[in-house]
Design a binder for this molecule. Sequence first.
Ligand code: 5GP
Ligand code: ZN
Length: 116
Amino acid sequence: MATDCIFCKIVAGEIPSDKLYQDELVTAFRDIRPVAPVHILVIPNAHSSSVTEMGDGDAATLGRIVAVANQLAKQEGVSKSGFRLLCNAGPDAGQVVYHTHFHLIGGRELGPMVAR
Ligand code: 5GP
Ligand code: ZN
């Protein structure tokens, strides 16, 4: 656990969150500033600063993140209407919290990813 990391503290229950799921590998909770009706963060329990630090050795955790995201998408009623599961990595992506996390976003039309 990184002692100065807000998401490590959420995993440990040291700061409150609207937790939807937790097991030995991952935790899911609602984003505090949702950009859509459904906005959930699915994160590895173990600290890594971004997905750039993850690889083959994290296959079980990454697989669990996808499985949990799919389950939560069903629970939240966006599995069929559609959703995004995305990960910001680094400054150009606008990453703010440096504990790896995947955003599950849905419940409205999200718009195209526009070519520039
Ligand atoms: P990033 O830009 O790093 O991919 O996204 C970080 C996300 O974490 C943002 O959507 C932000 O609203 C969310 N967030 C930051 N601090 C907290 C917090 O203390 N609790 C919760 N639930 N979400 C947070
Ligand atoms: Zn952390």
